[in-house]
Design a protein around this ligand. Sequence first.
Ligand SMILES: Cc1cc2nc3c(=O)[nH]c(=O)nc-3n(C[C@H](O)[C@H](O)[C@H](O)COP(=O)(O)O)c2cc1C
Length: 188
Amino acid sequence: MRILAINGSPRKDGNTAKLLKEITKDHVDVDLDYFDLNDLKVKDCQACYFCKKNDACAIKDDMQLLYKKLREADALVLGAPVFFGVETANTRAFIDRLYALLAFGDGPGKYVPRLKGGKLAISFVSCRNGKGKEVYANIKDRQFAMWSNLGFKNVHTYVIAGATPQGNILELVDAQDMVNQCQKLLEG
Ligand SMILES: Cc1cc2nc3c(=O)[nH]c(=O)nc-3n(C[C@H](O)[C@H](O)[C@H](O)COP(=O)(O)O)c2cc1C
């Protein structure tokens, strides 16, 4: 199993990183690539539509490495904090650049995914708001639809609420449940 784990928080040991590390630790026969988006240069999608005429993105930045890792991976695990109601800006940039993994389909709004192999997608956001599961349900649903549209076959999305910057996110019951579920998913 090849896993691509991506931390969309600027904090390398923050809530998102703790969850990502817990989910991906101690798996046997796993080849893990772990990236902090904050260390990478991933420019915003320029809407040039080069990717609709070519199976590639025209922007030559660190996203090229992430495309390669994503093509090779069996599973993607993406975590991000909620900043002002949405994923962090670098996570948004990463997500927008995934548009290059879609070819135009037959008719408006129709796309054909270029990713192969029935990959697993796990993504989560964490937020301070104790009611975040309801308030940010839109993020969970949007991410679910996005991974499905991109051709992932096994998709799991989560919101972990009540995650304060100083607290231990691993003590939250919802976080523990998510970690257990994801560990099982990654064990196949
Ligand atoms: C700039 C900024 C904006 C934030 N906006 C929200 C928000 O809109 N809703 C929320 O519930 N939490 C918000 N938070 C809290 C974080 O989402 C939360 O503590 C998260 O778990 C932090 O993850 P990290 O430690 O991986 O960075 C915000 C934090 C920061 C720094």
